[in-house]
Design a binder for this molecule. Structure first.
Ligand code: HEC
Ligand code: HEC
Length: 353
């Protein structure tokens, strides 16, 4: 082994130890039987939604958090809510390449989906937030996003009888703070879950839930010599919650976004971003942290090329060996990961006086 490859092995180990807290329960791909309901598919069933101590998602908390998530009056100008960028009508994202914030300023990164974020052991493209509870306070504090005057926002909640009562019910005896607002919003986010896609029904035994093409696509997704996608999109939420540089074209520009490197200054983390879930993926185009792929076919094309910019490319990014038909099969599989959209009940917001 050359010293260079020794180095990259060491860096990879170090990088992934530090970068990933929990690796999704990876299934040994060789052990999978591609048959509906086979016991080897059990690791793909999502477990109960986790929640932190002191913030069990009770009905009162969920109902309150839902109103707060959709309430633009939590923002500085009274015109932007969480749902502006995480809109249920747009797959809990915004349909934009990168988000637009305060006064329509174009921000540097795409709005990720909130769907299944409750399962993430780390939040944000660079993993800088440990939980959805702490994350929820960030957009309000951020002058480029909700631009909230925090004391004024808390005063608004206190002066709105329905909110005041709802907080007292949901969190009896707890002082109203920004953190508590975040906890309520996170309780609602714990209900934004995708776990009943055609894939899930197939895993649980409904042989008709996926087409033959989608099953072929699933196999290509899992097979190391083919798509090799499950190397990073692993476990029931299709993410290792780790960070990788995929060689996107934007990394070749001047002063590129360094991603995870700002949190963990290790060479291998330069330009590395968190592996997102690909559940409900058809609903949230465009794709990647820079919104550079308009369709799932463009995403697959990127993996077939093995990345565009090779500097600092993750050593795990190996060209996917897929012919045209196989690329279509892979896209068909990803389509099977989308839960049939149900009508979403938008909340009625409390009247202020
Ligand atoms: C102006 C658009 C905008 C608004 C408003 C906004 N977000 Fe986001 N959200 C983003 C962007 C962009 C990111 C990714 C930022 C990054 O990684 O640096 C993000 C990341 C997240 C994540 C992390 C998801 C993951 O998989 O890592 C969650 C959860 C989230 N937002 C919830 C919220 C909540 C709750 C609110 C309201 C309190 C909110 N957002 C308001 C744009 C927005
Ligand atoms: C080396 C780890 C790795 C491998 C292998 C990998 N992915 Fe990814 N995937 C990621 C990361 C990291 C991102 C986000 C990268 C970014 O935006 O900078 C991502 C993003 C995506 C997205 C866009 C998600 C979104 O919400 O924007 C899709 C779709 C996707 N991958 C599918 C696949 C498929 C299909 C394969 C196999 C052909 C694959 N991935 C292989 C790590 C990987």
């Amino acid at each position: 082994m050359t010293s260079k490859s020794l180095y990259s092995k060491a860096a990879l180990l170090l990088g992934s130890c530090i970068a990933s807290f929990t690796l999704g329960s990876t299934t040994a791909t060789a052990d999978i039987v591609y048959k509906a309901g086979d016991p080897s598919l059990k690791p793909f069933i999502l477990g109960e939604v986790p929640y932190p101590k002191g913030n069990k998602p009770t009905p009162a908390r969920i109902k309150l958090g839902k109103k707060l998530f959709f309430d633009p009056r939590l923002s500085g100008d009274g015109n932007m809510s969480c749902a502006t960028c995480h809109n249920p009508m747009l797959g809990w994202s915004d349909g934009l390449p990168t988000a637009k914030g305060h006064k329509s300023k174009v921000l540097g990164r795409a709005s990720p989906v909130v769907t299944n974020a409750a399962y993430n052991p780390v939040q944000m493209w660079d993993g800088r937030e440990p939980s959805i509870d702490s994350q929820a306070t960030g957009p309000m504090k951020n002058p480029n996003e909700m631009h909230t005057d925090i004391p004024a926002m808390l005063a608004f909640i206190n002066a709105t009888p329905e909110y005041k009562k709802a907080f007292a019910n949901a969190y009896p005896g707890e002082e109203l703070t920004l953190d508590l607002v975040g906890k309520a919003i996170a309780s609602f986010e714990r209900t934004v879950i995708s776990n009943d896609s055609p894939f899930d029904r197939w895993v649980k035994g409904d042989a008709k839930a996926m087409t033959k093409q989608q099953i072929r696509g699933f196999k290509l997704f899992m097979t190391p010599e083919k798509g090799n996608c499950a190397l990073c999109h692993s476990g029931p939420n299709f993410t290792d919650s780790s960070f990788h540089n995929l060689g996107l074209a934007s990394f070749g520009k001047k002063n590129p976004d360094l991603g995870r490197y700002k949190q963990r200054p290790l060479g291998i983390m330069k330009g590395a971003f968190k592996t997102p879930t690909i559940r409900d993926i058809t609903l949230s185009a465009p794709y990647f942290h820079d919104g550079s792929a308009k369709t799932l076919m463009e995403v697959v094309d990127h993996y077939v090329k093995g990345g565009v910019v090779k500097t600092n490319l993750s050593p795990l990014m190996i060209k996917a060996k897929l012919n045209n038909q196989e690329q279509k099969d892979l896209v068909a599989f990803m389509e099977a990961l989308t839960t049939e959209p149900k009508p979403f009940d938008l909340p009625i917001l409390p009247l202020s006086h």
